[in-house]
Design a protein around this ligand. Structure first.
Ligand code: FPP
Length: 255
């Protein structure tokens, strides 16, 4: 439900789908002399405010990187803390997500997550599946390469069973096997804490996304930081490999 769009932002040129790599929780905590876990707790508040603002300003989808397939290599205490944090946040927020018409989905290999978290994920997904507000996708135990391999495997299986003609495989058919099937590709990728990497996130889907990197650490990513990202996005000219519509000149190669 769109309630407001901040002054200076063109409501007709907002990204429809925003993806976020929420980075810098640990550094935020260290800078304050706090344990890393406090950074993750503060990160939850930044996520809540970002989701609320995106929903209020008319963004259709928000996809965040909460836990990567590589994050299992962190110390066991931190992994356990994150799993428990996901559980408590879901349990606490499930009703407000429902009230605010958010449709939440979890993308990744969910089978290996703790049983209680899996149950809460199923409950939240089922409860909000018919909601018509913002699509909130939480990438959990997600890896982009893994997602691509699984899509390729699935297409190979369908072909081997004679249910799919391999020569008919095109970009749309491939995308239909991804975890994001049915969702438009992100228009904008935001990465906090200054790192300039994609880190195995949405490798297929980010093909033409605008990338915005900010030095702001994730727990400090507030309304004004989101506004900055959106203003920066609106100042860009998206060409998708075509002509520059303003100067009407050939770009020569895909940009
Ligand atoms: C990256 O910061 C952050 C994470 C790996 C966890 C992100 C999770 C949250 C913000 C909580 C989300 C909650 C729900 C329910 C979806 P980092 O630890 O890599 O920071 P550093 O690079 O400074 O060490």
């Amino acid at each position: 439900m769109v309630t407001s769009c901040p002054q200076g932002l063109d409501p007709y040129r907002l990204p429809s789908h925003i993806a976020v790599i929420m980075d810098g929780n640990g550094r935020w905590a260290r800078a304050k002399g706090l344990p890393r876990m406090m950074g993750h707790r503060a990160g939850v508040q930044a996520l809540k405010s970002t989701l609320r603002n995106c929903s209020d300003w008319g963004i259709n989808a928000l996809t965040v990187y909460a836990f990567s397939t590589e994050n299992w290599s962190r110390p066991v205490d931190e992994v356990n803390f994150l799993m428990t944090l996901f559980e408590s946040v879901l349990e606490r927020e499930i009703d407000s997500l429902e009230r605010e018409h958010v449709r939440i989905r979890f993308l990744g290999d969910l089978e290996v997550l703790p049983g209680r978290l899996r149950d809460l994920i199923s409950e939240a997904t089922n409860k909000t599946i018919g909601n018509e507000g913002i699509h909130f996708n939480v990438c959990t135990n997600y890896g982009g390469r893994r997602e691509l391999v699984l899509a390729a495997k699935r297409l190979a299986e369908l072909s081997a069973r004679g249910e799919l003609d391999p020569s008919s495989i095109d970009e749309n058919k491939f995308a239909s096997q991804l975890l994001t099937a049915g969702e438009e590709d992100p228009d904008l990728l935001i990465r906090t804490s200054g790192e300039r990497r994609i880190s195995n996130f949405l490798l297929w889907q980010l093909a033409y996304s605008e990338i915005y990197v900010t030095d702001v650490l994730w727990p400090d990513f507030d309304e004004s930081a989101l506004l900055h990202a959106l203003l920066d996005y609106q100042a860009r000219c998206r060409r998708f490999g075509g002509l520059d519509p303003i100067e009407n000149r050939s770009i020569g190669e895909k940009t």
